[in-house]
Design a protein around this ligand. Structure first.
Ligand SMILES: Cc1cc2nc3c(=O)[nH]c(=O)nc-3n(C[C@H](O)[C@H](O)[C@H](O)COP(=O)(O)O)c2cc1C
Length: 210
């Protein structure tokens, strides 16, 4: 593990994060540290603050090995300390009511604002595609933040989309309300990630208009 107990700047965490696919086995991330990483991930912004992410955390070896073939044998699933399956919430309008009722009760917003927000959210979530897009988009933000938080705490990660979603849902009893968006392996690197190129800004940035 690198950078233990040191303060890592956001820039350093971003620049030093690389996908790591080889992990030391049998490393246990202290629960407190894992919770901090998950809390930092959950500090991500989200549409209407609906926090459309959930973290299905797999740490037991038997469970990781159950997931291994579902992730097409990607060895990091078995070797990393934890595999976090970032889920997206297809029914986040339920959270919307809780959040805005809570803000009303706390005196932070008026009844009118609460009603407007709840109506707006329920309108949007009446469209299945909107719910799905929001689940994927917002869970993706939390996933990114999780990887940077892990890096800041000295752990490496790799995001994975290469797994059989239907089989994962079945194996881990994921309720219909949630969809698996991404898997993230977290642990101590046994070998560094390989360098990966990035497109130059002149290919990425369009100023003002196409
Ligand atoms: C949504 C998503 C899905 C990915 N799926 C996999 C995967 O299934 N297996 C894998 O080894 N890497 C996977 N990666 C990692 C990418 O290959 C990696 O991020 C990319 O090559 C850039 O390298 P870097 O992360 O080291 O900067 C995935 C990354 C993302 C963001």
């Amino acid at each position: 593990m690198t950078q233990t107990n040191t303060v890592v700047s956001t820039e350093t965490a971003i620049r030093e994060r690389h996908s790591v696919r080889q992990y030391k086995r049998d490393v246990v991330i202290p629960q407190e540290t894992l919770n901090e990483i998950l809390e930092l991930a959950a500090a991500a912004p989200s549409s209407w603050n609906l926090q459309q992410w959930r973290f299905l955390v797999v740490q037991e070896q038997a469970q990781k090995d159950l997931v291994l073939p579902i992730a097409y044998g990607q060895q990091q699933v078995s070797d990393a300390s934890a595999v976090v399956i970032v889920l997206g919430d297809l029914q986040a309008q339920i959270t919307g009511r809780e959040i805005f009722d809570g803000m009303l009760a706390a005196g932070h917003i008026s009844q009118e604002i609460r009603d407007n927000m709840v109506n707006q959210i329920e309108g949007a979530y009446s469209f299945e595609q909107v719910a799905r897009d929001e689940a994927n988009k917002n869970a993706g933000l939390a996933a990114m933040q999780l990887m940077l938080a892990a890096k800041a705490k000295g752990y490496d990660t790799v995001a994975m989309g290469g797994f059989d979603k239907a089989k994962l849902v079945e194996a881990l009893n994921v309720p219909e309300r949630f969809i698996p968006v991404m898997m993230i392996a977290i642990g101590e690197a046994a070998a560094p990630g390989r360098p990966t190129p990035r497109l130059p800004l002149d290919k990425l940035v369009i100023n003002e208009t196409f």
